[in-house]
Ligand binder design. Structure first.
Ligand code: X8Z
Ligand code: ZN
Length: 609
């Protein structure tokens, strides 16, 4: 989950500012003359932005407390969060502000492109909180807060003993006893039924809010942030999925046979039982493979959790990014709570731009292992994105990614780079003289990046599409989830999962980052496009074995992408920076060398996808 301000705009923009202000563009101070209409618009924008920022900050502060201190039975935090979110909604969704933005956009040809983008942003935010139906918005805010509390206040148990989700994840990554795996997997799904009523309420409330301002449904609303219709978004997801399907089919076959061997199961199943794979949702299977000579878990363990955060920061500063502000360390919540804490916290990683200014924080539960090492780089990507577009050229209302997927892509890109061998050798996390098997390394990467695609572009996106846009019946929620899981991931439940379960809702995004999971699928595609360009054209290195460490050139390439925030046009940006339109070409190319190996391994095996 990310805590981000909306983006959502299309036209390209020249950075400029009003006549009464000075702006620094490319290091030179410029004063831009404005017409009367532009001055009027700017006066409104300045006023709006100021209040917006204040209320956004209060809401973020309250949310922060609600997500970092979940006390059973306590209602004070929830009430404070509700009040803050209601105040933000009352302002951003006020009929007056929406009306004003509409009127301004009626004469958009008289405004600067940057102003037009800000008015679009005002309307987009308004549609989520329309005060023509204040009761619906209030009910949604209440339901959202309650849903998060239920999800993160849940006490997961295995054999009656309380466990953290990190504990469950560690079992799924390494346990070879199939019974114990099943028990851990089952434990991870126990939270679902508690979330069903709340999620059904949220569907109705989310749909109703955006429908009042003319969107078909909540999924359509979220897709419009990319300037796309819901159908266009789903087509794009299908396309990404298809391009990676041949490789996924090989990986799926390989995993069925290898895991059956590992667990001592004689008959290889046609579909992977969900508790066989090393992740609660089957979205990342990389823990299946150990590459000899690169045991990152073993190398990271003695370094400790704090080292990982500091190291991720060092990676960014090595490329010329500034150090994190001191308040990042004093105000973030970076590590798991002590076992005896009498409260819980949100245990899914997120990055927060608290005041749309200098207060940036992460909420994580970092442990010293490869998964958190990667996640830490991912989250700091969000943080450096926030820090980079917090500059005089980017108005508060456009402090978001070029699109939401870009925001996800930057940190994941650095996560990928931080795992490559030359980089690991530079950090002494592996011995640079050890010979390692490149094919195994690529296989491990594919089990993370390629395996993620059918989950994100297929299962998650289509389930949420059906849920919000197709009114998926309340008695078919789990059925649909497992249909899609089988179809896209080739994964089946360990045993029949009826409608008394709600396995989709065990995924945090279904509850608190709704109808946006395609962001991640798209972010992987963008990530490989950026990486391909960086490796070949900037570093002149093999994309499979790069070392970004210390490269100011890579830093400045990334900085240029992040600097304009949402004032940039995302399609144009991709074209300018990589020479390509959005395409899975780079991702497919990257993993191409693996195809031969997998086909060889899978010779004579039965394919089921
Ligand atoms: O939710 C996240 C980030 C937070 S923005 C940790 N991710 C997705 C997930 O965990 O499901 C990163 C990749 C996929
Ligand atoms: Zn993220």
């Amino acid at each position: 989950m990310k805590k981000l301000i909306f983006t959502g705009l299309t036209a390209a923009v020249l950075l400029s500012s009003c006549s009464s202000q000075k702006s620094e563009t490319a290091g030179t101070e410029q004063t831009v003359e404005m017409t009367e209409a532009q001055e009027e618009a700017q006066a409104f924008l300045d006023q709006y932005s100021q209040t917006y920022q204040q209320l956004y900050t209060k809401s973020a502060e309250a949310e922060w407390t609600s997500n970092t201190k979940i006390v059973e039975g306590d209602t004070t935090n929830a009430a404070a969060t509700r009040r803050a979110n209601e105040a933000f909604a009352a302002f951003s969704g006020s009929a007056e502000n929406i009306e004003m933005a509409r009127n301004m956009l009626d004469k958009k040809d008289q405004l600067t492109p940057l102003q037009v983008k800000q008015f679009d942003a005002i309307l987009y935010a308004g549609a989520n909180n329309p005060q023509i139906i204040p009761d619906v918005v209030k009910a949604r805010i209440k339901a959202e807060t309650e849903q998060t509390e239920k999800l993160y206040g849940f006490d997961y148990r295995i054999y009656e003993k309380s466990v953290s989700t990190n504990d469950i994840d560690n079992i799924l990554k390494s346990e070879t006893d199939i019974r114990k795996r099943l028990d851990a997997w089952n434990a991870s799904k126990e939270v679902g039924p508690n979330l069903k009523e709340g999620l059904l309420d949220l569907r109705q409330l989310r749909n109703k809010t955006v429908q009042s301002l003319g969107y078909d449904d909540y999924f359509t609303y979220q897709a419009s942030d990319y300037g796309m219709t819901r159908g266009e978004m789903m087509n794009l997801m299908q396309q990404i999925n298809q391009e990676l399907r041949p490789l996924y089919s090989e990986l799926h076959t390989y995993a069925r046979y290898e895991l059956a061997k590992k667990y001592g199961v004689k008959e290889v199943p046609d579909y992977l039982p969900a508790h066989w794979v090393p992740n609660r949702w089957g979205q990342d299977w990389s823990a299946m493979v150990n590459v000899e000579g690169i045991d990152l878990d073993a190398a990271l363990h003695p370094k400790g959790a704090e080292w990982q955060v500091k190291q991720a920061e060092r990676f960014y500063t090595s490329m010329g990014f500034p150090e994190l502000p001191q308040t990042f360390y004093t105000k973030s919540s970076l590590y798991p709570l002590p076992a005896d804490a009498n409260y819980k916290k949100n245990n899914h990683a997120s990055a927060w731009h608290m005041n749309l200014q200098d207060d940036v924080r992460c909420l994580m539960s970092v442990e010293p292992n490869a998964e958190w090492y990667e996640t830490t780089h991912h989250e700091l990507g969000h943080i450096y994105y926030y820090m980079t577009y917090t500059n005089p050229d980017v108005p508060v209302l456009l402090r978001g990614g070029a699109n939401r997927a870009y925001h996800e892509a930057v940190g994941s890109l650095l996560g990928l780079a931080a795992m490559q061998k030359p980089f690991l050798a530079e950090l002494n996390l592996i011995d640079k003289n050890t010979k390692t098997d490149d094919v195994q390394t690529l296989l491990k990467e594919a089990l993370s990046y390629v395996v993620f695609i059918p989950f994100s572009s297929g299962v998650m996106s289509e389930w949420e599409h059906d849920f919000y846009a197709k009114d998926l019946p309340a008695d078919q929620l789990n059925k649909r989830w497992w249909e899609l899981t089988k179809k896209y991931q080739g994964i089946v439940p360990p045993s029949n999962r009826g409608e008394n379960y709600l396995d989709a809702a065990t995924k945090t995004h279904i509850n608190d980052d709704a109808a946006q999971y395609y962001d991640y699928a798209m972010s992987y595609v963008i990530l490989f496009q950026l990486h391909d360009h960086i490796a070949k054209n900037i570093l002149k290195q093999d994309p499979h074995a790069t070392n970004y460490y210390g490269s100011k050139e890579v830093g400045s390439f990334l900085r240029d992408i992040m600097y304009p925030g949402a004032s940039a046009d995302w399609r144009q940006m991709l074209k300018e920076k990589t020479g390509e339109e959005l395409s899975a070409r780079a991702m497919v190319d990257y993993f191409q060398p693996l195809m031969d190996y997998l086909q060889e391994q899978n010779k004579g095996r039965k394919y089921t996808l």
